[in-house]
Design a protein around this ligand. Structure first.
Ligand SMILES: [Ca+2]
Length: 189
């Protein structure tokens, strides 16, 4: 039984890999898109939210599959799926949109970037656009810096502490006053 599950698992992985290769061949540099979060590694599942693929499709993949008919055409090439200001063609080494399926990979490999991941990833706009991506290893924007939080906490703590001290001092003064008054009354009586 274990062998059967292992075989089914391997078959499903093989099917996924073949699926990726079929789609990657339809795109310029489709099989060599870098992972922007880990230098020197590839984002194998080009159209997905995680580097190794699987799960939800990213915006570039939905454009490719659902909007442009799974073809690298001028419209898909000139679109900016991830909204970072670079067209898909610029990111995949085909800025003039002249590449057709079957041709050698165009452009300089060192300038290829991911057309579905907004970069730089540490800006507010890109962090919002990249919601749902597995960007382990990337810098992302944080709305409030830890320093600001600390400052607020320190400020609030100081006010609270001062207030407590003031209240304690007031209570102590009241006790001293009432004790003195009681002693005076006892002495008089
Ligand atoms: Ca882009």
């Amino acid at each position: 039984m274990a062998r059967l599950f292992l075989c089914l698992h391997l078959m499903s992985l093989t099917a996924i890999c073949i699926g990726y290769e079929v789609y990657q061949a339809k795109l310029p540099n489709g099989g060599t898109t870098p992972n922007p979060c880990k230098k020197g590694t590839l984002w194998v599942g080009l159209g997905h939210m995680t580097p190794m693929g699987g799960g939800n499709r990213n915006k570039f993949a939905t454009d490719f599959h659902d909007v442009y008919g799974e073809v690298w055409n001028v419209a898909l090439c000139n679109a900016d799926s991830d909204g970072d200001g670079l067209t898909n063609g610029m990111e995949l080494g085909d800025p003039n949109c002249t590449w057709v399926e079957g041709n050698p990979a165009p452009g300089n490999p060192s300038t290829i970037s991911h057309p579905g991941i907004c970069e730089p990833t540490d800006t507010k706009e890109c962090t919002e656009r990249n919601q749902g991506f597995d960007l382990e290893g990337c810098e992302v924007y944080e709305a409030t810096t830890p320093h600001d939080h600390d400052h607020d906490h320190i400020h609030i703590g100081d006010v609270s502490t001062d207030s407590q001290n003031g209240s304690t001092n007031l209570h102590f003064s009241f006790l001293v006053f009432t004790s003195f008054a009681l002693l005076l009354i006892v002495a008089v009586v």
